[in-house]
Design a protein around this ligand. Structure first.
Ligand SMILES: Cc1cc2nc3c(=O)[nH]c(=O)nc-3n(C[C@H](O)[C@H](O)[C@H](O)COP(=O)(O)OP(=O)(O)OC[C@H]3O[C@@H](n4cnc5c(N)ncnc54)[C@H](O)[C@@H]3O)c2cc1C
Length: 1141
């Protein structure tokens, strides 16, 4: 075997920086002495994001990952000394081993660290992030530092002055990201002591999501009791998330030391703690009331656990089991063990085994997507002379553009050009629903993020550097509008407003037993597709032809042609696959593609534009936030006789598709209910936020949330379960909707009944009641929600599709159609359709990219209508071809497919055919308030149960059962994937995802570190999906039904289950009746709504100091008071802002 080469230090020198990798500690210390400001890069999880996202620059970087001393682990009877370079995964495994090896009472600190390590970051982060890096980074919400500090851990530090030990305590953490370490000091290791007799430690954290989310508040708490008693000898409490660094509750601890651990002592401690950990209303990161409540309730949790310990040790006869309750022992749903079932429909008995329709065929590119071989837009190899485009966007919410100075940008090496509106040779604007929108701002900007110009350069980095030095002169315009309230006040709307009414609402209000008025706000939702907006535009060099490769749901050759002033026949768009779109890649992609095409046109070179996540989130808008108000009139028996609903949608700075969204809101406000007197009004508010756009559900998730919230309020008024009110008011027989469209709700009712039965609703409802009686701080809630969702485009002309099918001489078949593959499996389904129609195995059929030179005039893949439309078009082409082959089949009935195809070629029978589908002529007449805007309805019902920790607002979805009527599914496994995905996306919308803006309209949430979408840990512990059997649909291909969008709304079952649990908590606080819980029901909102004694205490504490309500720090549009009252910019200094993974 070859001998190991002796390790030598290495040095890499680039243009702007030097990377040094020492191998010995002496060398490392020497380097640190000469370059004290140079960071030590270990896991690079702090330094790396700072460089990438905040523009930090270090001329010298030291990489000590080969210095052995930093990885040493030494175990002694007093504790364990862990090298600073050990990754958090290594530390976790080590501590798990120690907890097994040594007596339990000695492992209190180890177990507390394990508690934190289980949720710190995610597995990938823990695999690289080091323990030393975590300590020295000194994040204000570090999960480990409060435990190290409370646990009296010690750092071993070395520098050229020698070695020393430093106690990790309050004096060590001196400010945001700052410790008392000298710049030239290197942390060698951290010593973690074993716990002593009578010593107990716990750690708690509350974060916006269980994994990969920095804690809102995190804590380490350690107590030591005097031997044989409950008198406190030592107490140490440290918090993260409540100040610029890890902070100590020193005074609170001092007040408790020497006293008995009992309710009296602790109740004084809470008051002391409120005084000591006082967050100013302008605390960076906001959530002041929530953070303050958490400091108290986490101490209360510690108290409960210590009381339990004291009870176990029989040290204080006054501590009874009744006092501590069941909950301290209760192992509830903390694990990630999942039970997921789905139930397919069976195909008909006599269906041929070769016919794949109705069978759970795997998604065509599932394997290549999983292995990474699937080609997405940015995987297209670089072309000769290719340029990169980076957009320059407005930093002002509303301003006149005085001038655009590009001179400095043009000096940046590699920058080739800067594209402004003046460079657009054709139409400089796009028109959506009759309203024009500039492609690049010409004279005025109307939101932060408004696209003004674009820099093209040889590399992306050069284009970014160029973009950074483009200078735009602005003159601010007065009174920007951000919220719907401000828009209402200033009458800032995109017109027309919409209204629909059936019956006589005003008269009906006079005859009802009760009237209740309420409101709910629903925040926006970022599309968060995996693949950001991406495109490559390639000029062919002759005859003004362009090839455009892009990631979109609507191949947009027409807008590019108009922008360039050339005929559409010169532009061909190619979409191989789209890494998620969810509605965000229709209009927005079109505009960015126009800009990129202008750059390619002007320079004559291929131009690639791939937005970074932050740019994408800033520029491309989101789901419309909505303020919904309802006035409902109902009888004592729960029958709703009248409802008047108002919807205000925040459209942002351009109309985009907002007018269609507000129409769809009104068309779905009845959901599943027959309300005889029903009125809805909706308006698109014009604000100075980035323009919002289509998003899966297109207004329906907003519309129905308001309706279901109204039902919930009625139930709370009458003191019954919301399901009872739902049943009383549900459509029962063939009925007319409020737009006078007749339908039969039979399958809706079947879904509802089956859902209740499969979920064991009645039994579980009872056991939830029992659970809630026995538990004070944990409450369970359950909700069952129905849906009736209209399928197809109400703009009837969009209900069409075309296809082109070729049969080659070897028998293989190539199918093109106008739908785009966005992961929803449309290509898989088209393959199944072609296979059935041509009577050949699916393996002979290839579905090519969506290409507008093969299939022109495509409609968007949207409205859950892609398979309905394109499936029929593919079927049509295949039928034509199959019929053409009829003579050759007859000539040779024993022949094979290949033989027939060959004979057909020889007999000069065309083996190529187009297919076309002329879909439903749908319409809606808003003057008459009637029409047939949908082809049919997809129905479903969903029951979810949650368990809420009232002390922190944390929740877990215990179980979800969904029953969907999707007719006869063409591919049940693909459809169930759509159902599961849409449900989880809905769960994110209604319980987690928060877009936060500054008071001046700057979007803060521009990456996964600030914006939390559901992760694997958020999937319900038990998740069952059932497809309704025996359902036929004469209106769509093979009796199937569209399913892309409807289920998203069923995520609201989790929202209403949380609300149900919160209601149970409020009852304990003596509060009954309707209450407001806005969406998303984040832990913050949930905790504050639970109204525990701790949130009450925090509120009382604040009352005398200030008569105004506590300012909310950061706003989720459209809360009115926040922008108005908050006189500060959200400081990023307490957050890992702009940090992405
Ligand atoms: C997505 C994500 C999620 C996260 N979630 C959490 C979370 O939930 N809870 C939490 O507590 N943290 C979280 N973090 C922070 C993470 O734990 C820290 O970034 C990490 O521990 C830092 O270690 P590192 O090795 O990557 O440090 P690096 O980035 O390599 O270095 C960080 C700093 O530490 C200094 N340093 C490193 N080692 C030494 C040493 N031996 N002596 C002196 N100085 C040293 C460096 O000079 C540098 O200034 C998260 C980070 C990310 C990216």
């Amino acid at each position: 075997m070859a001998e190991t080469e002796p390790q030598v230090s290495q040095l890499f020198r680039g243009d702007r920086m030097v990377w040094v990798s020492p191998v010995s500690l002496e060398e490392l210390i020497q380097l640190k002495t000469s370059h004290p400001q140079a960071p030590l890069v270990m896991g690079n999880t702090n330094i790396g994001p700072d460089i990438k996202f905040k523009g930090a620059w270090h001329p010298i970087i030291i990489s000590p990952t080969r210095v052995q001393e930093l990885f040493k682990v030494t175990k002694t009877p007093q504790g364990v000394c862990i090298g600073a370079g050990c990754s958090l995964s290594v530390v976790k495994a080590l501590l798990e081993g120690l907890v097994q090896e040594i007596p339990e009472e000695k492992t209190e600190i180890y177990r507390s660290l394990l508690q934190q390590l289980g949720n710190l970051g995610g597995q990938q982060i823990r695999n690289v992030a080091t323990i030393g890096g975590n300590i020295v980074s000194a994040y204000p919400n570090s999960d480990l530092n409060p435990v190290f500090a409370a646990g009296n851990c010690i750092l071993n530090v070395a520098s050229k002055r020698g070695r020393q030990e430093i106690l990790l305590n309050k004096d060590f953490f001196v400010g945001f990201g700052k410790t008392s370490l000298k710049p030239d000091e290197v942390v060698l290791s951290v010593f973690i002591p074993v716990s002593r007799q009578g010593e107990f430690m716990r750690a708690f954290r509350q974060a916006p999501r269980k994994e990969n989310a920095l804690a809102t508040v995190t804590t380490g708490m350690r107590v030591m009791f005097t031997e044989g008693s409950s008198v406190v000898k030592e107490l140490s409490i440290y918090y993260g998330g409540v100040g610029p660094c890890t902070v100590s509750a020193t005074k609170t601890c001092a007040a408790v030391i020497g006293r008995k651990w009992d309710e009296q002592t602790l109740s004084e401690a809470y008051t002391q703690l409120l005084d000591e950990i006082s967050l100013s209303p302008s605390h960076p990161g906001g959530q002041v009331e929530f953070r303050r409540s958490l400091t108290l309730s986490l101490l209360f949790k510690f108290n409960l656990q210590m009381l339990h310990k004291l009870w176990e040790m029989c040290l204080d006869p006054s501590i009874t089991f009744g006092l501590i309750g069941l909950e301290t022992n209760m192992v509830t749903f903390s694990g990630c063990h999942k039970n997921v079932w789905f139930f397919f429909q069976a195909v008909v008995k006599d269906q041929s085994g070769d016919d794949p329709v109705g069978r759970p065929i795997m998604h065509r590119s599932a394997i290549s997507q999983a292995t990474g071989e699937a080609v997405y837009c940015d995987d297209i190899p670089k072309m000769e002379g290719e340029l990169h485009l980076v957009l320059v966007t407005s930093t002002r919410p509303h301003a006149k553009i005085l001038d655009i100075d590009i001179s400095e940008a043009l000096q940046v090496p590699g920058v080739v050009d800067v594209i402004t509106s003046k460079d657009i040779p054709g139409k400089k604007f796009r028109t959506f629903t009759g309203i024009d929108e500039d492609i690049l701002a010409q004279n005025e900007v109307s939101c932060v993020g408004h696209m003004v110009c674009a820099v093209v350069a040889d590399t992306r980095n050069q284009a970014k550097r160029g973009a950074a030095v483009v200078k735009i002169g602005y003159e601010d315009l007065p009174g920007p509008v951000f919220t719907v309230e401000e828009a209402i006040e200033k009458q800032s709307f995109f017109l027309p407003k919409r209204m629909i009414e059936q019956g006589n609402v005003d008269e009906a209000f006079d005859k009802v037993d009760h009237i209740y008025e309420g409101a709910i706000r629903l925040g926006g939702q970022e599309h968060f597709y995996m693949e950001t907006q991406s495109m490559v535009v390639v000029p062919s060099g002759e005859e003004r032809e362009l090839k455009v490769y892009l990631s979109c749901q609507h191949p947009t050759y027409e807008s590019i042609a108009e922008t360039l002033g050339i005929p559409s026949n010169r532009v061909s768009c190619h979409v191989k696959r789209v890494g998620g779109a969810f509605g965000g890649k229709v209009t927005k992609t079109s505009i960015i593609a126009c800009i990129t095409s202008v750059a390619a046109w002007k320079t004559g070179r291929a131009v690639r534009c791939v937005l970074e996540r932050g740019e994408d989130m800033l520029i491309t808008g989101a789901r419309h936030p909505v303020l919904g108000k309802h006035k409902v009139g109902f009888m004592n028996n729960g029958r709703i006789m009248a409802a008047d609903l108002h919807y205000y949608a925040n459209s942002g700075n351009t109309a985009d598709e907002s007018l269609l969204v507000i129409e769809k809101i009104l068309l779905h406000l009845d959901n599943a209910y027959n309300v005889p007197n029903l009125r809805g009004r909706s308006v698109a508010c014009k604000t100075n936020l980035p323009s919002n756009t289509a998003f899966r559900g297109f207004g329906v998730p907003q519309s129905m949330l308001v309706t279901e919230n109204m039902i919930n309020d009625v139930a709370m008024m009458l003191g019954c379960n919301a399901e009872e009110i739902r049943e009383i008011n549900m459509y029962k027989e063939v009925s007319l909707t409020h737009y006078k469209f007749e339908f039969d709700p039979k399958n809706l009712l079947r879904c509802w009944d089956e859902c209740k039965e499969k979920s064991d609703y009645d039994r579980r409802r009872k056991s939830i009641g029992q659970f809630n009686q026995q538990n004070r701080w944990k409450k369970r809630g359950m909700a069952t929600i129905p849906i009736k969702y209209g399928i197809a485009f109400s703009d009837g002309f969009l209900n069409q599709a075309a296809s082109l099918v070729h049969i080659y001489k070897d028998g293989s078949v190539l199918v093109s159609h106008g739908g785009t593959e966005m992961g929803q499996g449309i290509h898989t389904k088209m393959q199944q359709v072609a296979s059935r129609e041509l009577h050949i195995p699916a393996s002979l059929i290839h579905i090519t990219e969506t290409n507008t030179s093969a299939v022109p005039n495509t409609c968007p893949s949207a409205a859950s209508f892609g398979t309905d439309a394109n499936g029929m078009a593919v079927k049509d082409a295949c039928e034509t071809l199959y019929q053409r082959l009829e003579p050759v089949r007859k000539q040779n009935p024993e022949g094979t497919w290949q033989i027939w195809v060959n004979s057909a070629f020889i007999q000069k029978i065309s083996l190529s055919a187009t297919g076309y589908y002329r879909g439903h002529d749908l319409h809606m007449d808003w003057e008459k308030q009637e029409g047939q805007p949908y082809a049919y309805y997809t129905y479903g019902a969903c029951c979810s149960e949650v368990e809420v920790d009232c002390l922190t607002g944390d929740y877990r979805t215990v179980r979800t059962d969904i029953v969907m009527d999707i007719g006869r599914s063409i591919n049940p496994s693909v459809d169930i994937g759509q159902i599961e995905g849409a449900f989880i996306q809905g769960l994110g919308l209604y319980t987690m995802e928060e877009l936060k803006f500054s008071p001046s309209g700057v979007l803060y949430t521009r990456g996964p570190s600030q914006y939390k979408i559901p992760a694997v840990c958020d999937i319900p512990l038990q998740f069952n999906v059932y497809l309704l059997s025996g359902s036929d649909n004469p209106h769509a291909i093979y009796s199937s039904k569209g399913i892309g969008e409807p289920v998203l709304f069923l995520g609201s079952s989790v929202f209403f289950a949380i609300k149900d649990a919160v209601a149970a908590s409020r009852v304990e606080a003596g509060m009954v009746g309707p209450f407001t819980l806005d969406s998303p029901a984040t832990p913050e909102r949930t905790c504050l709504a639970c109204n525990t004694p701790f949130t009450q205490k925090v509120r009382r504490y604040h009352q005398p100091v200030s008569s105004c309500s506590l300012p909310q720090p950061i706003t989720l549009d459209p809360n009115p008071s926040m922008f108005a009252k908050l006189n500060m910019e959200f400081s990023c200094c307490f957050h890992l802002t702009d940090l992405q993974t």
